[in-house]
Design a protein around this ligand. Structure first.
Ligand code: A3P
Length: 335
């Protein structure tokens, strides 16, 4: 069993979970409000148990994202960077990403089974690559508390909330029926919302790990305070300059590309291997399934900037932008 010295601020969370405020959310999973965020029972369970179940290592890299902001891509890129010696990304080679969903190669902290006593993490060799959708303020204290780097490093990706919502909308249409069958994730379902209803809920922050802008603001502030501990990336910048973003990640993760690797085109090969076009076309991602019984293909759509205009009127966009801008006022963060 894993033992930590710091008493958990969430020690009684399991006890109080049933009495936490609930409200309709988008997607229509059962959400409860805790620490200023709307969370599923699955996330809450991990928050409550993480102080005893998760023991950070200095070499850990934790990938963090609000859902639908580029998690799958980030997982593929980080896995390829970290494992490039054992698994060269060159075209035609045999790479784990050609046989596995990025979600099967990099697991979510919150999906570790409740009864395994955290051993699922302990068994992973260093350097561990893990992921989560949790807000910064609810991460295990062992990750965020130490300033000496012993809690590992965090890579965060953010995305324009308008595109995030539209991405979530399409994902919801394909997956909510599956997820609602799972007590931890969906539980008792509410009716399927129209896009207009989903928009209203999202604007109120009532989405998984929402409000998105508060989620992002916490990581933005942490990255400003501790740039060696938190790398803040933007989905839109990654699309514009995938190679530059990849180099930044490699430096931050402590494994920069050598001049020889640059000359050999390793950066180009990773970018190509992890591109939406490549991953989406792989047999494993067209037919396989991953965590929570979700289909791999549901994580790949069109990956563009500005697709919000396909679902949202200019007035809706302006309203959401206004809500976000008000919260971010004075923070120097813009989407
Ligand atoms: P769209 O729905 O806008 O196309 P997440 O991985 O956090 O669930 O986010 C899913 C979004 O990332 C989807 O956006 C999806 O198409 C996009 N995406 C998935 N893999 C990608 C990749 N390799 N490159 C760029 N975008 C990707």
């Amino acid at each position: 069993p894993v033992v930590t010295a710091t008493p958990s601020p969430h020690a009684n969370l399991a006890e109080i979970t049933p009495s936490l405020p609930t409200a309709p959310g988008f997607p229509p999973y059962r959400l409860r409000r805790y620490g200023g965020f709307w969370l599923t029972d699955l996330l809450l369970k991990f928050v409550g148990a993480s102080h005893t179940r998760f023991r950070p290592r200095p070499t850990d890299v934790i990938l963090v994202s609000f859902p639908k902001t580029g998690t799958t891509w980030l997982k593929a890129l980080a896995f390829s960077v970290l494992n490039r010696s054992a698994h060269p990304p060159s075209a035609g080679g045999d790479h784990p990403l050609q046989r596995n969903s990025p979600h099967d190669l990099v697991g979510f902290l919150e999906l570790a089974g409740e009864d395994d006593d955290g051993l699922i993490y302990e068994e992973i060799p260093s350097p561990r690559l893990l992921a989560t959708h949790l807000p910064y303020s609810l991460l295990p204290h062992g990750i965020t508390g130490p300033e000496d780097g012993s809690g590992g490093r965090i890579v965060y990706v953010c995305r324009d909330p308008k595109d995030t919502l539209v991405s979530f909308w399409h994902f919801h249409l394909k997956t909510t029926a599956t997820l609602q069958r799972m007590a931890d994730v969906g539980g008792a379902s509410s009716a399927m919302p129209t896009f207009e209803e989903a928009f209203e809920l999202f604007c109120k922050g009532q989405s998984v790990a929402g409000p998105q802008w508060r989620h992002t603001l916490e990581y933005w502030e942490a990255s400003r305070r501790s740039p060696d501990q938190v790398l803040f990336l933007r989905y839109e910048d990654m699309l514009l300059d995938p190679s530059g973003s990849l180099r930044k990640m490699a430096v931050f993760m402590g494994c920069p590309f050598s001049p020889e690797e640059e000359a050999d085109g390793v950066v180009r090969d990773i970018v190509e291997l992890c591109s939406l076009g490549t991953l989406k076309g792989l047999e494993v991602n067209r037919s396989g399934s991953t965590m929570l019984g979700l289909k791999n293909e549901d994580f790949f759509r069109n990956g563009t900037v500005g697709d919000w205009s396909s679902c949202m009127t200019p007035d809706m966009a302006a309203r959401l932008d206004g809500i976000v801008a008000e919260v971010l006022q004075g923070s120097m963060l813009t989407f």
